[in-house]
Design a protein around this ligand. Structure first.
Ligand code: NAD
Ligand code: GLY
Length: 361
C-alpha cells in the first residue's frame, strides 16, 4: 500500500530528528497501517478512542495487530483515572518501547493518549489520527499533551511530539454543527495572527472568499484550510516549542475564553465558542486602545459573524468573577497575565505584565 507525500512538515527547533509529517486529505484512515509501518517500527498497537467515534467508524482504521481501548466520551474523562486505565492496558498487553499508541479521536483523546505515550516506559511512539476540526488544525500538532485535574485544565502534561499526524477530512462530515463551528473558531484565530507568525497565506482573504464551501465541508477546501492552519502552527512551534515567547500567540482570545469557561463551569460554551467571545473581546479592547484601524476592526467582527461565531455571555456573569478566574490562568506571573492584543491586520502582540483588572476595564 502506498502512502501519499506529506502535506506539512513539522520541525521543532530546526532539529531534523524532531521532524514529523502531517498528511491531510480524503479517505486516508483506511491506509493507517501503511503509514504506521512507514513511520514507526511498532509491532503492537494500542488504539485509544471513545464510544462515539468507534460506533461511527468501527473498522475504518483497518489495522493488523491492534488492540483497542474505548473510553467514555467527554472532557471529564481526560483525567487521572483514564490515564491509569490506558497505562494498565498497555502493561497488560506488554507493550514495549518500540510499540505505539494511536490516538483516534478529538482533542480529548489526542491529549490523554499523548500524555500516556510520553510517560509509558519513559516514552513510546504515538500517532495522532485527529477526527475533529479542532484536533486537525490545533491539538494534534505541536506536542502539547495533558490531562486535567480537579484544580484546572491541562495542569499535568508534557511536550511530546507524535511520529506523524493523519488528518482525514472525510471524517469531519459526521461532526455535529456545534463541534464543527468550535473548530472554525480556532481556524479563524490563525487568520488573526498569521503575520506575527511570519506567514503570508492571505488567510483572512481565504476565509472571506470560501465561507460557503467551508460551511458545506467541501473536502478540497478543507484540505487547503487545514494545511494553512498546520503550517502556521508548525512555524510557531518550530521557533518556540515550549512557549517561552512566540507560542503564546496561539492563545489569541484564550485568556478571556478560559475565564469564561471557568465561570460558566465548563458547561455553557464549548471551548471554541468561548474563544470566539475572547477574540471579539480582544478586538473591542484593541479598538478602545487604538491599536488597530476601524476598517480592520470591522473586517474582523464581520468575519466572525459570517461564520456565525457570535455569542453573548449569559446574564449574571460578574466582571469580578472573570478577573478572579483570569488570575488563576496557567500563564499568570505576579498576578499579571500575558494578553494577546491585535495591533494591525493579521498581527498581534504579546503584552507582558497586564493586570486582569486593566483588561476587563
Ligand atoms: P472532543 O475530543 O471532546 O471532541 C468533541 C466531540 O466530538 C466528542 O463528543 C467526540 O466524541 C466527538 N467526535 C470526535 N470526532 C468525531 C467525528 N468524526 N464525528 C462525530 N463526532 C466526533 O473535543 P475537541 O474539540 O476535539 O478537543 C478539545 C480538547 O482539546 C480539550 O481537552 C482541549 O484542552 C484540547 N486542546 C488541546 C490542544 C493542544 O495543543 N494539545 C489545543 C487545543 C485544544
Ligand atoms: N493550542 C495552543 C498551543 O498549542 O500552544
Amino acid at each position: 500500500m502506498q502512502t501519499e507525500s506529506q502535506d506539512v512538515n513539522v520541525k521543532i527547533n530546526e532539529k531534523p530528528s524532531y521532524t514529523y509529517p502531517i498528511f491531510i486529505g480524503e479517505n486516508l484512515i483506511g491506509n493507517a497501517q501503511a503509514y504506521i509501518e512507514k513511520y514507526t517500527s511498532a509491532k503492537k498497537l494500542l488504539v485509544v478512542t471513545n464510544k462515539t467515534i468507534i460506533d461511527l467508524y468501527p473498522n475504518s482504521l483497518n489495522l493488523k495487530n491492534a488492540e483497542y481501548i474505548i473510553l467514555e466520551d467527554g472532557e471529564q474523562y481526560k483525567n487521572f483515572e483514564t490515564y491509569k486505565l490506558i497505562l494498565e492496558k498497555a502493561q497488560e498487553l506488554k507493550l514495549e518501547r518500540k510499540d505505539a499508541l494511536i490516538a483516534f479521536g478529538g482533542g480529548v483523546i489526542g491529549d490523554i493518549t499523548g500524555f500516556c505515550a510520553a510517560t509509558y516506559l519513559r516514552g513510546i511512539d504515538f500517532v495522532q489520527i485527529p477526527t475533529t476540526l479542532l484536533a486537525q488544525v490545533d491539538s494534534s500538532v505541536g506536542g502539547k499533551v495533558a490531562i486535567n485535574t480537579e484544580f484546572g485544565k491541562n495542569l499535568i502534561g508534557a511536550f511530546y511530539q507524535p511520529k506523524f499526524v493523519l488528518a482525514d477530512t472525510s471524517v469531519l462530515k459526521t461532526l455535529d454543527n456545534r463541534q464543527f463551528k468550535t473548530g472554525l473558531s480556532e481556524v479563524i484565530k490563525y487568520a488573526f495572527i498569521e503575520k506575527t507568525a511570519k506567514c503570508d497565506y492571505g488567510f483572512l482573504e481565504f476565509l472571506t472568499k470560501n465561507v460557503e464551501s467551508i460551511k458545506q465541508r467541501d473536502n478540497k477546501t478543507l484540505k487547503e484550510l487545514i494545511k494553512i492552519c498546520c503550517e502556521i502552527k508548525a512555524k510557531v512551534v518550530n521557533e518556540d516549542e515550549k512557549e517561552a515567547g512566540l507560542r503564546a500567540i496561539l492563545n489569541f482570545g484564550h485568556t478571556y475564553a478560559h475565564a469564561i469557561e471557568k465561570v460558566t463551569n465548563y458547561t455553557h460554551f464549548t471551548h471554541g465558542e468561548a474563544v470566539a467571545i475572547g477574540m471579539r473581546f480582544a478586538f473591542d479592547l484593541a479598538k478602545k486602545l487604538n491599536t488597530i484601524s476601524a476598517d480592520y476592526y470591522n473586517e474582523a467582527i464581520s468575519l466572525l459573524a459570517k461564520y456565525a461565531l457570535t455569542y453573548v455571555l449569559p446574564s449574571g456573569i460578574k466582571k469580578e468573577d472573570l478577573i478572579e478566574a483570569m488570575s488563576f490562568d496557567k500563564k499568570v506571573l505576579d498576578n499579571k497575565v500575558r494578553f494577546i492584543l491585535p495591533i494591525g491586520r493579521a498581527a498581534v502582540k504579546i503584552t507582558s505584565g497586564t493586570r486582569p483588572e486593566e483588561i476587563c476595564n
